[in-house]
Design a protein around this ligand. Structure first.
Ligand code: F6R
Length: 593
């Protein structure tokens, strides 16, 4: 996790570093700091959010600098543990995103050599190693220091009196933004969109030296060329545009996300993944992901098994990467919004070890996952800033629908119906967004409880999981998603007046069964909120509150139901005055295992 930035140019660095950092807070926000080359190096860091830092940080004059916003992994969030970190002389400053796994050994050796450490972080070994190797050439010293380091890193380094930035990456993202007489470094694109849309994606093992004369990139000691790419996201796409929170804005962008993702893929003449051979070879599909992306994968299982007719296995990436078994040559889809999730990266390496064909589904162009997968399908959600994934989930579902439809074995009439419904989906989601009064009422009611169950069946079982995940992460209400039939196998003991149950009531063959579950819950006195299709009057007799969603073909019910549950979580968190975009202890890009 953590966000890093760097600047070198003809403007004052401080305000640019802080504005870039504010766009990276989704990566971590325990503390933040900057360091600028300014008659030596001057630095300011503390346990603050970037906005507070902007208010109180003393002005540092200088045009070369680095900055960091932290998600604590090694060492508590304190001022001393905040980045940048320094060597003994204070002449070398480093910001780092990643984990140095051999830092205890390195630290002990450096202490034996007389280096003094002040923090509990792994990062602090980096400036001390650079100091050890420094003989007047910062670039050379960084190169040598990195040879000693094991683990993952994206770093930016400055030296007193040096008019340059030295950067490097391994298993953590880092981009260079190319401006007019100025260059930027950042963990992710939104940080630099205000200044430039030309970027260079660094690859693992790259070391970059950025001076007023240009950008030099080396790999394995040799100078190499990396292409510049033009970013198509607009600045506005990464701003709140008048919404109270990024999450609300991103929820409201979903009709457009559905249109964009579909228009991209329905125009393709060639299918990009060979599912045909798969069916002939009688093999299966494996889907791997974490968190919300895993829930999208579960929906993918239902729709692919239904439409394509091949068995699909869905696994949590962190479990699979350590303990999972897989037959050789399986076709694997790995789903990750950020494209940087460490558990997913580890799972991909394992899959490649047994010659599996890996297709990445991600929202971030040039992300680590897209680099090591055999193929990448990009979701077209645009930048997602809020830590809670919303529009990226819907975009992932769209890709999965499109894949399933591309290889569908259902009859032509059924497929035509599905396509027709798909085209109407953006306006149905828009209807949900425009008619959320019942959701707001339910949220006000829900906000007073501390435990909630979400239940669903079939395609809507993963949506129960997703509804619970969204509610717990932003409102801090303990929420659990369950297959409706499972509730009686244990959780019933928790039901009662203080434990509401939210039922996702599919308008399909699951309806009667879930009605039975609703009655069972009612008998245990739990308050009941039902999400159900427009016109379902019958259900009102059995539940306390109803959230109405537009009627859709049942295969698309996960889409409208998810949007309703995103809004429910959002309004509940707002009612409880929670920091919606930046929930405690979380970060958007989980680059540690
Ligand atoms: C929840 C959420 C997380 C992520 C998970 C995987 O709202 O965002 O559960 O889905 O950390 O992240 P990605 O998709 O980036 O691999």
């Amino acid at each position: 996790m953590c966000g890093i930035v760097g600047y070198i140019g003809d403007k004052q660095a401080q305000s640019i570093l802080l504005s870039a950092l504010s766009m990276l807070e989704y990566r971590g926000y325990d503390s933040c700091g900057i360091a600028v080359v300014s008659n030596g190096i001057k630095s300011y860091k503390n346990v603050l959010r970037v906005a507070e830092m902007k208010e109180i940080a003393p002005q540092i004059i200088g045009t070369v600098g680095i900055g960091h916003t932290r998600w604590a992994t090694c060492g508590e969030p304190t001022r001393v543990n905040a980045h940048p970190h320094f060597d003994c002389t204070g002449n070398i400053a480093v910001v780092h995103n990643g984990v140095i796994t051999n830092y205890p050994v390195l630290k002990q050796k450096l202490i034996n050599d007389g280096h003094e450490f002040v923090s509990d972080t792994d990062t602090e070994v980096i400036p001390h190693l650079i100091e050890k190797y420094y003989k007047g050439d910062l670039e050379k010293a960084v190169e040598l220091a990195l040879l000693d380091i094991q683990g993952s890193y994206a770093i930016a380094v400055i030296g007193a009196g040096e008019n340059k930035l030295v950067v490097a990456r391994k298993d953590s993202p880092l981009i260079i933004g190319v401006g007019d007489r100025e260059t930027f470094v950042a963990s992710d694109v939104p940080a630099i969109l205000d200044y430039t849309n030309q970027v260079i994606y660094l690859d693992d093992g790259d070391i970059g030296v950025i001076t007023g004369d240009g950008i030099k990139i080396k790999k394995d000691g040799l100078e190499i060329h990396r292409e510049e790419h033009k970013i198509l996201w607009s600045v506005e796409a990464a701003q709140k545009a008048g919404y109270e929170h990024f999450m609300l804005k991103e929820i409201h962008e979903q009709p457009k996300v559905i249109r964009d993702t579909l228009s991209e893929y329905t125009q393709m003449s060639e299918p990009i993944v060979d599912l045909e051979n798969l069916r002939e070879d009688d093999r299966s599909i494996l889907i791997l992901a974490c968190g919300t992306s895993y829930n999208a994968g579960l929906v993918g299982k239902y729709i692919m098994e239904d439409l394509v007719g091949v068995p699909v296995r869905v696994e949590i990436a962190s479990e699979f990467s350590c303990y999972g078994q897989t037959p050789e040559k399986t076709l694997a889809f790995v789903i990750s919004q950020s494209g940087e999730t460490a558990d997913v990266l580890k799972a991909i390496r394992k899959l490649k070890g047994v010659q599996c064909h890996v297709v990445a589904v991600t929202n971030v162009v040039g992300s680590s996952i897209s680099r090591i997968a055999d193929q990448t399908i990009y979701t077209r959600a645009g930048p997602e800033i809020s830590v809670a994934a919303t529009k990226s989930f819907i975009a992932q579902l769209m890709v999965l629908y499109w894949l399933a439809m591309s290889y569908s074995k259902v009859d032509a009439k059924r497929l035509a119906d599905i396509l027709l419904e798909l085209r109407q989906l953006p306006s149905k989601v828009q209807w949900m967004l425009d008619n959320g009064e019942d959701i707001l009422q339910c949220a006000r009611y829900l906000a007073r409880f501390e435990n909630v169950f979400f239940i669903g069946r079939g395609l809507n079982y993963p949506i129960a999981l997703e509804g619970a995940l969204k509610l717990k992460e932003i409102s801090y209400i303990h929420a659990e998603g369950y297959a409706a039939g499972e509730l009686k196998h244990g959780p019933f003991s928790l039901l009662g007046e203080n434990t509401p149950v939210i039922t996702i009531t599919g308008q399909d063959s699951t309806y009667e069964s879930i009605l039975t579950n609703i009655k069972e819950v009612k008998a245990r006195k739990s308050p009941l909120i039902a999400l159900t299709g427009d016109g379902d009057e019958a259900i009102k007799e059995f539940v306390d509150m109803v959230i109405t969603v537009p009627r859709v073909d049942p295969i698309f019910s996960p889409v409208v139901n998810t949007v309703a549950l995103q809004l429910l979580a959002y309004y509940t968190a707002r009612e409880r005055d929670c920091p919606i975009d930046f929930p405690r202890n979380l970060a958007k890009s989980v680059t540690v295992e």
